[in-house]
Write a protein that binds this ligand. Structure first.
Ligand code: PLP
Length: 392
């Protein structure tokens, strides 16, 4: 048989992480004690109450049937209740949808609204699913919005040509740069979307991973956002549930109904027992106060961040302490793939910025998803590489 990929699959760009992943595999096969600061998957487990709830809900034989395409009513209500507590926003169940991970929702939203040849505004650098899984696989054209340090790692809205733009992705707290924004900027973004009739997809997957008293806003806190925006959240990073595949989107009713329509033809929603567990997890907030386990998690990330950033600065790098996400975005002032390969040769894996888009070049992303002692050890190895004596 002569099999040919569909044109849209052929249009996917080369997978730039492949080269570094191959080298990582080789090092591991050689028995190298590799410290991986490259993945965005928490090393910390879900809190015990989530595991206990999971066991209980799995054991309930009523929880093994199909769920509703839009999500179980109890879960959607728990999401609406959480929004009210966390962001002081009122949502009806029609404005909420359950997702099999936010990646799935991000990929499927374009299928509902992007026609062949429509432009989709995508931050550069960014989570690759916006440009690839969402835009290109739905025959859209990704248009880069550079995130430059001189602009605070925010897109320059005045520089964007909104012609033929149907959709825009935005993500703060940001992966990979760990940048955050204030509500004044979000207001400008909502106005831009309103003025140009652009669907705003706001990815808030890291809203709960924040430090030093910083609280990430929701785009829906901005007046008018409900007319143009859909916001994605995930239990993956908030509750350390990456493998459980449970997330949600909220926002404009028509946007949610488009996503529901698409999903009803593709999947049958997350397992009922996972939705019940996720509902309990969200209910662990009291008011807008984070539950204790999340405060502890964020404290652990803060300590790891301080170790890493202090060491990087002592090695001569210019690096700020991020207020959110578990990433450190390092200007390595050189080719990111070469820099990552150098670190790999001393047993430290990091992610080359070029994999997140052309404007990620000369940067690498380091994840705080290793215990503090391993981060110390990684710093020691990097210090030795950069001939810096002081590593403690
Ligand atoms: C910015 C961003 N959005 C969305 C996701 C997807 O998360 P999930 O599909 O686990 O909800 C990730 C995962 O790393 C991410 O970094």
């Amino acid at each position: 048989m002569n099999v040919e990929f569909a044109d849209r699959v052929k249009r996917l760009p080369p997978y730039l992480f492949a080269e570094i992943e191959k080298l990582i595999k080789e090092k591991k096969a050689q028995g190298v004690d590799l410290i991986s600061l490259s993945i965005g998957d928490p090393d910390l487990p879900p809190p015990p109450f989530i595991i206990a709830s999971l066991k209980e809900e799995v054991a309930n034989l009523k929880n093994h049937n199909y769920s509703f395409s839009q999500g179980e009513p109890d879960f959607r209500q728990a999401i609406a209740d959480w929004y009210k507590k966390r962001f002081h926003i009122d949502l009806s169940q029609e404005e909420v949808i359950a997702l099999l991970g936010s990646k799935e929702g991000i990929a499927n939203i374009a299928r509902a609204f992007v026609n062949s040849g429509d432009r989709v505004l995508v931050p550069d650098p960014s989570y690759p699913v916006y440009a690839n899984g969402s835009t290109i696989l739905n025959d859209g054209i990704p248009v880069s919005m550079p995130l430059l340090e001189e602009n605070g790692l925010k897109p320059d809205l005045e520089a964007i040509n909104p012609e033929k733009a149907k959709m825009m992705f935005l993500n703060y707290p940001n992966n990979p740069t760990s940048a955050t924004v204030d509500k004044a900027f979000l207001k400008q973004v909502v106005e831009f979307a309103e003025d140009n009739n652009i669907i705003l997809c706001y990815d808030n997957a890291y809203s709960e991973i924040s430090f030093d008293g910083y609280k990430a806003p929701s785009i829906l806190e901005v007046d008018g956002a409900m007319d143009v925006a859909v916001e994605f959240h995930s239990c993956s990073k908030t509750f350390n549930m990456t493998g459980d595949r449970i997330a949600f989107a909220v926002g404009n009713k028509q946007l949610i109904s488009g996503l529901t329509k698409v999903k009803s033809q593709i999947d049958s929603g997350p397992p009922v027992y996972i939705q019940k567990v996720a509902a309990k997890a969200l209910a662990s907030y009291s008011g807008d106060e984070q539950p204790d386990f999340l405060k502890k998690t964020n404290q652990i990330y803060t300590e790891r961040r301080d170790v890493l950033v202090d060491h990087l600065c002592s090695m001569g790098f210019k690096c700020n302490k991020p207020k959110a996400t578990f990433y450190v975005w390092l200007n390595c002032k050189s080719n990111s793939m070469e820099f990552a390969t150098k670190l790999l040769n001393v047993g430290v894996a990091v992610t080359p910025g070029i994999g997140f888009g052309p404007h990620g070049e000369n940067y690498v992303r380091l994840s705080l998803t290793q215990p503090k002692e391993r981060i110390y050890e990684a710093c020691k190895r990097m210090s030795a590489l950069f001939e810096c004596a002081d590593t403690q």
